[in-house]
Design a protein around this ligand. Structure first.
Ligand code: DGJ
Length: 543
């Protein structure tokens, strides 16, 4: 009897273990394209990465242990942290996961998700994160050569040995993450390498690379890019070296991603050091990276990458919007894993999310390391320059579900206060909405803090999510209505799909109709009113 009971209990526990594994596997983070729009799911629910990226030398316990309170102050839900090949594989085949474990466990304990950045063969168009046993053995692990035939500080992407070494390490990393995290999914995405490409040369000029360069471009690339058969030079002309490098590097990274996904199928991506506003000469930015002109090659050659992500530090709104347009494509969800900070970027986050369907945004360098590495205080406050972004995150996290539902449709728009633009008229379905900035007077006029997401959730229903913005609705110009009444204006937050009301706005609040400096999520119900003239006419007609 006792034996039977024990067997039953064991079977029961095994089943529970199995079930929890099945559930966890079922809910692996995934990026989906549904009805033409991209949505990132975590735990089976739409997720918006409100991220923060650590400085390069900060994913070490000595730094992160001081950092979690700061991250909470920022209100982010995801930390993007580098993991270093040089630390993970100190000698060939010997793996060290001490710091990785610490990172995952402490992020989990503090309630954050992680995007891990694999600093392997490529980091900003160089290879400085490869382990010493790789960097010191250039015979076995060959470098790219420049046009003069000299080795440069970049691993060759046409070398099988390099690829196998990096891939082996990455696969071990993925195995390890699977082992310690598959039931939790603290780690939700992997960046494979960092701003890949080659600095100082437009392509690899090693013998093997030269041979490939002078061969015909693979048929499937030509087909996808709608090009005639030919060598790289024949097919790509002046862009041939860069296109060739893009093919070599995207293939290298894709193979690493593919092997990693076979072990643990997390979404993966590559990020870009942009070419815009450099001299635009490949090699002055990492040549062959997923720059805007190379997206088609990367898309054709790296099917194991979910997306090509945009790093952007330009504080100019036109440049920012132009880049978002280039990376928000039907075959590419916009994700900005690195961006600047300050008021500009606080507004830009709204544009990325509201106008370009971004699945996530993250300022770079938010941990205390950059303040002063010798600063030993235990509690370090978040730097003031992240104020606007902290406000964003604390507000946006109240409305992740509706934002993710509206993204990628024409029902979501973002507007911000730009230089020389104190108001903006939005033409929406049934309504015109005038948004104006610089009001109320207690707002700091030297700072452009006005920003708002406008979501239309019904014929007469809206969500306004933002700061320092006055809103005035009118019936669409030319419609039979001439006035608008507020039926109900509620401030609150969303718990998943459910709206939780904290208060109703009325009286003076609606007279001023201005989103406050600390931000608000407003759920607005309106009523369009016909003019008495028209009402009379209609009444006559009905008689
Ligand atoms: C872009 C890189 O991807 C980051 O790792 C970091 O080096 C920043 N640049 C520094 O601005």
């Amino acid at each position: 009897m006792m034996v039977n009971l024990r067997i039953n209990l064991t079977i029961f526990l095994l089943l529970i273990g199995l079930a929890s594994q099945v559930i966890a596997q079922k809910h692996l983070p995934v990026l989906k394209k549904e009805d033409g729009k991209h949505t990132f799911y975590v735990d089976g629910k739409p997720f918006l990465i409100l991220g923060a990226q650590l400085w390069n030398s900060s994913a070490w316990p000595s730094v992160t242990d001081k950092f979690w309170d700061q991250a909470k102050e920022l209100g982010c839900n995801t930390i993007e942290a580098p993991i270093y090949w040089q630390n993970i594989e100190p000698s060939p085949g010997e793996f060290n996961f001490k710091e990785l474990d610490h990172l995952i466990l402490s992020a989990r304990e503090s309630g954050f998700r992680l995007v891990l950045l694999w600093f392997g063969s490529y980091k900003n168009g160089r290879s400085q994160y490869a382990p010493p046993w790789v960097l010191e053995n250039t015979e076995k692990y060959p470098r790219m050569k420049n046009a003069a035939g000299n080795d440069i500080y970049v691993l060759s992407a046409v070398s099988e040995t390099n690829l196998e070494a990096d891939k082996h390490a990455f696969v071990e990393v993925m195995k390890h993450i699977r082992e310690i995290d598959k039931d939790h999914q603290t780690v939700i995405m992997m960046q494979v390498e960092n701003e890949p490409g080659s600095m100082w040369t437009d392509r690899d000029y090693s013998d093997k690379a030269n041979e490939l360069f002078n061969s015909h471009v693979p048929q499937f690339i030509l087909k996808k890019l709608d090009k005639e058969d030919g060598t790289w030079e024949q097919a790509f002309g002046i862009d041939a070296p860069e296109a060739f490098n893009a093919w070599c590097i995207s293939g290298y990274i894709d193979e690493i991603a593919e092997a990693g996904r076979k072990v643990y199928n997390l979404p993966m991506y590559a990020n870009v050091w942009i070419r815009e506003n450099a001299f635009e000469r490949p090699g002055e930015y990492p040549s062959g990276g997923p720059t805007s002109n190379m997206i088609p090659i990367w898309k054709a050659n790296a099917p194991n990458l979910d997306l090509l992500a945009l790093d952007v530090y330009h504080g100019n709104v036109n440049i920012f919007n132009d880049l978002c347009e280039k990376y928000n494509r039907s075959d590419n969800a916009l994700f900005i894993p690195e961006m600047g900070n300050g008021d500009n970027f606080a507004r830009f986050q709204f544009y990325a999310i509201g106008n370009y369907g971004a699945i996530g945004v993250a300022p770079y360098g938010i941990d205390p390391f950059h303040r002063d590495p010798r600063d030993l205080r235990d509690q370090i406050k978040l730097d003031k320059k992240f104020d606007g972004i902290a406000k964003n995150y604390n507000l946006l996290s109240k409305a992740i579900y509706p934002i993710s539902q509206l993204q990628g449709t024409d029902k979501l728009k973002a507007v911000g206060e730009e230089e020389g633009m104190s108001e903006k008229l939005l033409r929406l379905e049934n309504y015109d909405l005038l948004l104006s900035f610089g009001y109320p007077t207690y707002k700091d006029r030297n700072r452009r803090t006005g920003r708002v997401l406008v979501g239309q959730t019904g014929e007469d229903e809206f969500l306004l999510i933002g700061f320092d913005t006055k809103f005035e609705f009118r019936p669409s110009f030319g419609s039979p209505y001439n006035n608008v009444e507020f039926v109900l204006v509620e401030e609150g937050y969303f718990e998943g799909e459910k709206f939780v009301r904290e208060r109703i706005w009325n009286g003076d609040a609606l007279y001023h109709s201005t989103l406050p400096p600390e931000g608000a999520v407003l759920k607005i119900k309106l009523r369009r009113v016909e003019s008495s003239e028209q009402r009379k006419e209609k009444a006559n007609f009905d008689k």
